[in-house]
Structures are given as structure tokens and as C-alpha cells.
Ligand binder design. Structure first.
Ligand code: FMN
Length: 386
């Protein structure tokens, strides 16, 4: 059984049963489809990025500047995409990245995405900024692999509590997002004066936390606005520095991955400070508009850290070939962002599963078409500059 067999089943359903896919199989068209079902506030939060969207566009365009170079007559009848990253086995080198406030896309939010991830054998990364708390998501994810993404609060006691809860709920890897110690300048939300957290939406991990609850005068349900303001006071943390990682290390027994790196020297600092991995990411262009495309940062970082660190990648992954290109440029796995949220918006858990199945099928068929049998075949030699 290969992921690419999904293609055969789609054709068979069409030809023999007259059934066509409910959502497009062209994942690059999902944004347009999702725009038709999302309300203006949700759409404005999910789709646009920081500033005029220069970096978000650059993220996608960077993939088009690399071309895959197919090879022929190389037996690829048996293909295997399964891998293990930081002790987490996965059916393919793809994780569902940390995306906050998923109830903006669909009422089932993170629960649906975590269930879809588990169904496909892919890890789910739970955001600190989620609309369902990490215990609820752990329950939904069941036996599925899960990692926890930390927005490092400026309140140490709260941070310790979040970490202890995540470990107790079976999250095995800690992903610390470093590029968002303050929120970027996001005109589409600003023009609408809209930030979901201030309405108490997307802060379930906080409102369910005993330490955070002690910071409130009334239960969050009785005064969501006050809970939102309390969140806004613990979230900003621009004083963070490399030295603080030792504090975190003492409080998290499993692997630590730093998310949001774009500079080789930061990747080397990450290694020197004893973490296990990095995510080369610019947050989908949502933080620093004008920053370089994430894919353009990847090759040098992957080369510099070699096998010392796990190298993950996100920002701009939209298709199976995109995944192949990121892997060829040195990523051990990629994090999917917006595309799975579009699937969620369009059809809940089934929509996320559709996106994942199509992505993995296209990845598998890309490997086959290029004459590669597995991830070990991928490297810079598979690519050429456009
Ligand atoms: C609506 C939305 C919410 C996000 N929330 C988080 C978050 O809570 N934590 C985090 O580390 N990254 C967050 N991200 C960034 C993603 O993890 C990832 O870096 C980004 O989506 C990659 O860009 P792409 O979706 O354009 O591929 C968010 C992204 C989007 C689109």
C-alpha cells in the first residue's frame, strides 16, 4: 500500500461509482474555496500575513525557483515515506504544524485536526494559543503522536504549569516558538480591530490552567474580556535570550525544538545551547514582513548543523512537490500550516484528512516519478535552479 494509491481510488470512484471528490485535489486552490465559507474576521486572521504580505508571497515563490530533476529506470516499485524524528515515528515526514484558534475555521477546531493527524499516522503539534485545551486535544488524538508548541509566557509559574500539563498529557516534544515574542504588524486584523484572544477565543490552554486561573478575579467564562486581557499581559516576552534555555531544559525532559529560525548562526547557537532540533520558519510571513523566504534559509542551516540537530521546515508548503523540495534541501520533515486549516474550514476532520491524503499521495507520486524510492534518495542532487 502506497499513499499514491489514493489516486487510483479517486479515479475508480469517479469511473465506477460516479463519485467525485467533494473538495478539490489541487491543494493550491483550497485558499480560494475556504474564502467562500469563512466569515470576514476568520478569513482576515487566517489567510493574510504581516504587512503587505511580501514575505508570505516570497515563501511560496521560493519553491518555484527550484525544479525537481526526474531520473528514469530506477526500480521504485517499493516506496517508503515513513520516518522517525526525535523519537516520534510518522508515516511520512509531515507534521500538522501549530496553528492557533482553529475554531475560527470550524467549531471542532483542533479536535478535528488532531483526529485527522492520528488517522493518517502523522504527529499533531498543539499550539499554546488553541481553542481547545491540550488535555482535550490529547484525548482526541488518542494513540496519535503529539508535540506541544510553547509560546513562552513572561510568567514563570504559568510556564512551568503548561509544561507539566503537556508532559502529563503525552506530548513528547516541546516546540518553542521564538519568532513571536510580540505579535507582528497585521493590517488586515488591525483594520478590523480584531484579535480573537481578547474575546477569550483561542486561550483555552490559559483559561484551563490553575496558575492562570489564580490570576483572574472571576472565572473566565463569567468575564471572557478580563481573561483576554490577562492573557495579553502574560503573552509578550521580548526579554527572552539564549541564556534562558537552560531554565527551560530543567523543566522539560524530552526533546526541545526551536521554531522560527532563519539565520545559520542562530541554528548553531541552538545546537550549542543543547536543544535537539530547529524549525526553519518565518511563521508563514505573519511576523516580519520583508523577511527572507523560509526555503531560502533552509539549505545553509541544514548544511551547518548536519546531523547534530533535527531540521524541520515550514512556511509556504502547499503541495507534494513542495515537501519533496524541502526534504531535498535538507529538512528531515515539514510542518503543514494553512492548507490543513483550509481543509478544516471546508469540511472539518474529513476536510483535513482530504488535504493530508492528497498531499501524501502527490508526494509519493512525485518520488515515484523522479525515480526515488524513499527519503534517503533525496538530496540537493535531486534539484536544479529554475
Ligand atoms: C492562522 C494561523 C495561526 C498560527 N498560529 C500559530 C501558533 O499558535 N503557534 C505557532 O508556533 N505558529 C503558528 N502559526 C504559524 C504556523 O505554525 C506555520 O509556521 C505557518 O503557518 C507556516 O506558513 P504557511 O501556513 O504559509 O505554510 C500560525 C499560522 C496561521 C496561518
Amino acid at each position: 500500500m502506497h499513499f499514491g494509491d489514493h489516486q487510483t481510488s479517486i479515479y475508480a470512484s469517479g469511473m465506477f461509482l460516479g463519485q467525485t471528490p467533494e473538495l478539490t485535489t489541487d491543494l493550491t486552490r483550497l485558499e480560494t474555496a475556504a474564502a467562500e465559507v469563512l466569515d470576514a474576521a476568520a478569513l482576515g486572521y487566517i489567510v493574510p500575513s504581516a504587512g503587505g504580505g511580501d514575505t508570505a508571497r516570497a515563501n511560496v515563490e521560493a519553491f518555484a525557483r527550484w525544479r525537481l530533476v526526474p531520473r528514469m529506470l530506477r526500480d521504485h516499485a517499493q516506496r517508503d515515506l515513513a520516518t522517525t524524528v526525535l523519537g516520534t515515528p510518522m508515516s511520512a515526514p509531515v507534521l500538522l504544524g501549530p496553528v492557533g484558534v482553529q475554531t475560527l475555521a470550524h467549531p471542532d477546531g483542533e479536535l478535528a485536526s488532531a483526529r485527522a493527524a492520528a488517522a493518517l499516522g502523522l504527529p499533531f503539534v498543539q499550539s499554546t494559543q488553541a481553542s481547545h485545551d491540550l488535555e482535550q486535544v490529547a484525548e482526541a488524538s488518542g494513540d496519535g503522536a503529539r508535540w506541544y508548541q510553547l509560546y513562552w509566557p513572561n510568567d514563570d509559574e504559568l510556564c512551568e504549569s503548561l509544561l507539566a500539563r503537556a508532559a502529563a498529557a503525552g506530548y513528547t516534544v516541546l516546540v518553542v516558538t521564538l519568532d513571536t515574542t510580540l505579535l507582528g504588524w497585521r493590517p488586515r486584523d488591525l483594520d478590523r480591530g480584531y484579535l480573537p484572544f481578547l474575546a477569550g477565543v483561542g486561550i483555552a490552554n490559559y483559561t484551563s490552567d490553575p496558575v492562570f486561573q489564580r490570576r483572574l478575579e472571576k472565572p473566565a467564562a463569567d468575564d471572557p474580556g478580563a481573561a483576554g486581557l490577562a492573557f495579553a499581559s502574560v503573552f509578550p516576552n521580548p526579554g527572552l535570550s539564549w541564556e534562558r534555555l537552560a531554565w527551560l531544559r530543567e523543566r522539560w525532559a524530552g526533546p526541545i525544538v526551536l521554531k522560527g529560525l532563519q539565520h545559520v548562526d542562530d541554528a548553531l547557537l541552538a545546537r550549542d545551547h543543547g536543544v535537539e532540533g530547529v524549525v526553519v520558519s518565518n511563521h508563514g510571513g505573519r511576523q516580519v514582513d520583508g523577511a527572507l523566504a523560509s526555503l531560502d534559509a533552509l539549505p545553509a542551516i541544514a548544511e551547518a548543523v548536519g546531523d547534530d540537530l533535527a531540521v524541520l521546515f515550514d512556511s509556504g508548503v502547499r503541495s507534494g512537490p513542495d515537501v519533496a523540495k524541502a526534504l531535498a534541501l535538507g529538512a528531515d520533515a515539514v510542518l503543514l500550516g494553512r492548507p490543513y486549516l483550509y481543509g478544516l474550514a471546508l469540511a472539518g476532520q474529513a476536510g483535513v484528512e482530504h488535504v493530508l491524503r492528497c498531499l501524501l499521495a502527490e508526494l509519493d507520486l512525485t518520488l515515484a516519478g523522479c525515480g526515488w524510492s524513499g527519503l534517503d534518495d533525496l538530496g540537493p542532487h535531486c534539484l536544479q535552479r529554475a
